[in-house]
Design a protein around this ligand. Sequence first.
Ligand code: VG1
Ligand code: CO
Length: 544
Amino acid sequence: MKIDLHQTTAFTDQKPGTSGLRKKVRQFQQPGYLENFVQSVFDTIGDVSGKVLVLGGDGRYFNREALQIIIRMAVASGIERLLVGQNGLLSTPAASCVIRKYKADGGFILSASHNPGGPEEDFGIKFNLANGGPATETFTNSVFECSKKLTAYRIADISPIDIDTLGSRQIGPTTVEIIDSVADYADLMSHLFDFKLIGSALRSGALTICFDAMHAVTGPYARRILEDRLGAPHGSVINAIPLEDFGGGHPDPNLIHARQLVEIMQRPNAPALGAASDGDGDRNMVMGSRFFVTPSDSLAVIAANLSLLPGYRSGLCGVARSMPTSQAVDRVARAVGIDSYETPTGWKFFGNLLDARKITVCGEESFGAGSDHIREKDGLWAVLFWLNLLAIKKKPVSDILREHWSNFGRDYYTRHDYESIESAKAEDIMAHLRSQLAQLPGAEFGIYRVVLADDFKYKDPIDGSVTEHQGIRVIFENGSRIVFRLSGTGTEGATLRIYIERYERRASLHDQETQVYLSDLIAIAESLSQVHQRSGMSGPSVIT
Ligand code: VG1
Ligand code: CO
């Protein structure tokens, strides 16, 4: 076997964002682009010979080619064992599960998550560490530094490996094992949830579900777990075959992109639970019949009820949410008497807290929830939580939420995204906001009085690392908040996200329309940021 030390020119734009390196497919197809990044990861690890790595992706366009390149590079660098998901597929949570179960040293996940796929669309690569979680900022910063100086990468001259047939083969120093993409993950789920109870409710028809895999990676997982193992009728999982372009849509589980599911959930005979997941299977959207559960509320309901489930009977040690996520889960933590942590956006900030057993559950407003069972957010896990809860409570989703709100109060919440703004304009909006921070405390806007305005900074309580500029927060006396931040996952221009929330204790006011209830705060957010004038857009492109 010939190993080529291939001379290359460094790229200057390989800084990973909120979740890995995401670029247009075309950029990844440039000679050396993917190779340079992979070599920079290997160089950051140091000596990779003898290491065990996991490899898989969400099946999007360029997934298979990229996998073959990484396999050849792993062989060239002396990786001892490579665990590759069959057909090149591993959902993000399944990859995290496999890394932990087989005590691998890390893994590559090929995905741009909820971003569209296809030759003109997006590709991405994430590296996860031995705990199964996204690489820390310290690690990704040093990958970036390496990538800027890289002069060569190592690659083995071998023909493509069959990644579709299960089994193991020796290639030079490396054992390449093609593993079942679903089995280990499904097995883990069966230990966390009451499969017997859920199964009998689904089989008898007492409980019904429609799960929209959005032509993305969760199709095979949902079919195997929900239909084959738990006995939901065939067809309960829709759009179940992963497609390279996700059927031309955004595999983004929200009210706008999961349109087919939303339509099904509006029907008079809608199933009890509607759910969807994203490109790589780490996000979830949950709906009841004609009822949408905001991700922040879902997280709070999870925290309030998780200890009813088999895998969590010993209770929760703490919870965490990303800073822009609503404060609903904090109220549950306070009531139960456990700690709640506030982290920057992105799952990588939960890893240390989970490893140190400070938290059991964590989540983000962006349709992400998870627990200490792995180190990624987990779409199907959240769906199984809801199925299990419905099987126990035997009540509609809407009743569960109403009861939750009457116990804890309701945190009305919305996110307004202004997508594809020119980067300079987006920076200008953020600079304009920053310039007001010093004067804002004490300022009054109608009934709202500002008590705190800052640029969120996080000091990791475990390793002491500091992360700055994680979003502008404006917090009002009554606990309402407005948060502004720029997305770190886009591949074109910039996206401004405005997060708005207000707490309502009075049960008589728990049935308001969110956009109406929050309208005065939305107006304050628009005027503080001058988003319309400065972006040239008359309104948000997506509201969730
Ligand atoms: C977005 C979400 C963030 C999430 C990230 C990755 O990041 O806001 O909460 O962790 O996507 O999710 P940003 O920087 O664009 O706001 V995924 O499912 O795309 O891996
Ligand atoms: Co995702």
